[in-house]
Design a protein around this ligand. Structure first.
Ligand SMILES: [Zn+2]
Length: 253
């Protein structure tokens, strides 16, 4: 079937759906200038040292890795990134009263910036705009900690307990937050339509939200430039530009 015909059909499904769960990955943020770390051209794929900076074991044991991490955080692309048409389309879906939940693998915070409500957004890998202490669990604004780095502290300790600070994101080797994963999975089971955007759906456990929603009776719509792990159980697979197709199917443009 022609993609234009599928697009019209998916738009009508979304018009009639009442509890849509969106699932987003790196592909929705590339138009905002956030590189896809895991893709074929990804930073980690091209530079194995970059991956070392994101591994909690090296981060905790090696002060030099922490200093390098703070230097690289100073110019993280997320600080200047703005939500794009894809993020805005999902915010429009919430304003239409159709969005039950938004599960994202992204740490850039752009869904919240676009206007989605924090209580509906499950950031399963955290949010780089927050800092956290690995010892006492303190959380606060990342920009406040970065101001200390700019002022000369190359590995700023926690102001509460002196512990190691890092971004409030899930590094390699670090446990996911059970309440966030549970909330995401529960929402997926309550969906009448699951819309997966910009992810190859290979990162577990959260990719399991897709078959969970399917088993609970939801329609599955997948929008991604490359094939995904769940194309075979999808009711529709869309491969066109997210920035063009997502606003159309969400009734946002
Ligand atoms: Zn602390």
């Amino acid at each position: 079937m022609a993609q234009a015909t599928v697009l019209d059909r998916v738009r009508s499904w979304i018009d009639s759906a009442e509890r849509i769960v969106a699932f987003t990955g790196a592909g929705i943020s590339t138009d905002s200038g956030i590189p896809d770390f895991r893709g074929p051209q990804g930073v980690w794929t091209r530079d194995p040292r970059a991956e070392k900076l994101s591994d909690i074991r090296y981060y905790v044991s090696d002060p030099e890795i922490r200093k390098l991490s703070w230097q690289s955080r100073l110019d993280h692309p997320a600080w200047k990134a703005q939500p794009n048409l894809g993020h805005r389309a999902l915010a429009a879906l919430e304003r239409r009263g159709k969005l039950h939940a938004l599960i994202t693998q992204n740490i850039d915070g752009l869904h919240l910036r676009a206007g989605n409500s924090p209580e509906r957004v499950f950031e399963v890998h955290g949010n780089v705009h927050r800092a956290m202490c690995l010892s006492c669990g303190w959380r606060g604004a990342m920009q406040d900690v970065l101001a200390r780095v700019r002022a000369g502290e190359d590995d700023p300790p926690c102001g509460e307990c002196g512990g190691i600070l890092k971004s409030d994101t899930i590094s390699f080797g670090q446990a996911l937050i059970p309440e966030v994963i549970d909330g995401a999975m529960r929402s997926a089971q309550e969906a009448d339509l699951l819309l997966a955007v910009g992810s190859t759906l290979q990162v577990y456990p959260v990719a399991g939200a897709v078959p969970l929603a399917k088993d609970a009776g939801a329609r599955i719509v997948i929008m991604n430039a490359q094939p995904t792990a769940f194309d075979d159980i999808a009711d529709a697979v869309l491969t066109m530009s997210i920035g063009e197709a997502l606003p159309f199917i969400c009734g946002a443009g």
